[in-house]
Design a protein around this ligand. Structure first.
Ligand code: ZN
Length: 99
């Protein structure tokens, strides 16, 4: 006999049937860990329960964080290129000023 590998969703379903999971129509958020009504989660057809892993406020917070990280990365990229540009410009200027 081989061990049965259950997905987290199947385990949650079994826990629900056993009476120690979150009640039907609710879901534990993978972000904040709170049990919330299904309406607090966006839909995700690719998941077996049809809902996102995290609740809407957690998803929004994550989107904001990622957006802020992208802005910082873009700013740093511009700074790196600016430093390279300044160095090349100084090099070319020095060539012009050389006797
Ligand atoms: Zn959450």
């Amino acid at each position: 006999m081989t061990a049965v590998e259950w997905t987290p969703e199947q385990r949650a379903l079994v826990a629900r049937v056993a009476g120690d999971g979150p009640p039907v129509g609710t879901k534990r958020c993978g972000g904040c860990g709170q049990v919330k009504p299904a309406t607090e989660f966006s839909r995700n057809r690719t998941r077996s329960d049809g809902l996102q892993h995290a609740c809407i406020p957690c998803q929004n917070a994550r989107t904001r964080e990622r957006s802020a990280a992208a802005t910082i990365a873009r700013t740093r990229l511009v700074q790196i290129h600016k430093a390279e540009y300044d160095a090349l410009y100084a090099e070319e200027l020095a060539k012009l000023e050389a006797p």
